[in-house]
Design a binder for this molecule. Structure first.
Ligand SMILES: [Zn+2]
Length: 91
């Protein structure tokens, strides 16, 4: 995913950073290699939605049509309070 929580901030992956998943609040680590786009990945196996992993260049470009504040925000069903998805459902 592109954003993770670090304190109260949503930040993009940078080398050696650790953050929290904005969906499941589990630890995520920054993956900043030379071959793939920089992103966050869960530290351990999780039942969190991971449809965004790996995220394609196309998908990221598509999401960049929207302001960063709109991207990858967990949405909740107002009636059931169930988490539905993290942003957009295309991967
Ligand atoms: Zn997660």
């Amino acid at each position: 995913m592109r954003f993770a929580l670090l304190g109260d901030n949503r930040i993009e992956a940078q080398p050696k950073l650790n953050g929290l998943c904005c969906c499941c609040s589990k630890p995520v680590i920054a993956k900043c290699g030379t071959r793939k786009i920089w992103h966050w990945a869960h530290k351990s196996k999780t039942d969190c939605d991971n449809w965004w992993e790996p995220e394609t260049e196309w998908h990221r470009t598509w999401k960049n049509n929207y302001p960063a504040d709109w991207q990858e925000i967990a949405l909740f069903d107002k009636r059931t309070s169930e988490k539905t998805h993290c942003g957009c459902s295309y991967s």
